[in-house]
Design a protein around this ligand. Sequence first.
Ligand SMILES: [Zn+2]
Ligand SMILES: [Zn+2]
Length: 340
Amino acid sequence: MALTDITRQAVLEAMAEFDRLGRDAFLDTYKFGRALSYFVEHGGRFYDSKALAGYAHGQIPGQRRWTTDDFTGGEKSVARHLRDRLGFSMQVRKNPDWSRDELILACDLVYANNWHELRAEYPEVIELSALLGRYWAHPVDQRTETFRNPNSVGRKTTDIATHHPDYRGTPTRGGKLDLEVLAEFLANPEEMHRQAMVLRAAILAGPFDETWIPDPTDPDLDDASAQEGGLLERLHLRRERDRGIRNKAVKAHKRKHGHVACEACGFNFAVAYGPRGEDYIECHHKVSLSESGATTTKFSDFVLLCSNCHRMIHRSRPWLTLDQLIELLATRWPSPRPTP
Ligand SMILES: [Zn+2]
Ligand SMILES: [Zn+2]
């Protein structure tokens, strides 16, 4: 009884039965689970690889049909046989990599659990699995059936926990981003926990209209923070583009100073560009979402910045504070900073 006994003809017969019954009834009748990632592609249709091989084994004279328990290898070894020996084409479906937002949420569970992993059956894991299922960052058509299920969430907490510096043992495999998020948590656990809570609330609140926010994949925004398209960043940008608040902030600044200029470098659009630049300025929100919560916006939390200074603050993580940006400019920019 071996995988190598299965012939191409037997697989074609299995496909015919699969087509006759339909996927659900086929899997149900012959007691197979759904494929996790490997599908045989044939005639424009997709077949769960293991189920197909199990049925095909029973089509060989003198052999019986396999069930899930009869397989010694995983889906991958089955797929290899079907592809390399029998010449079928395979489709590998993979879940999208964990985003930074998702990792912050997973890491927050591990942090709350004293840096120990959490198992799939823990209520926190089941709850996070459901939350990530609702999160719209990965479109449904890019997900497989195991997308962020409790098992995969549990495994991710293991990846994180076994990379903690106090963990004695061999760490499981984890991505580079896992380690980055873990390092951020270790450096500033309270801030990261607050970020996790804001993310949670934002996901529960549901998708918002992002069409007026610059596309995070815009090549001009070549910074990591924009490319990753973090939800907190996008919410921050949305807040900064609130026209009502922005107009108030510009008016207040004008009343106080008589003109509108960058609070970091003093650049004045009206001076540089004439009437075309009159009252042009960008608003930057000084307070991070995790400090303020997702909803409050006070216009006194805004500073006015030229486009250059604003872009430099957000260019990479961690974002600079206004004071850091001013200091950076003061140490590098040769001419004295004009007063705003
Ligand atoms: Zn500036
Ligand atoms: Zn800003």
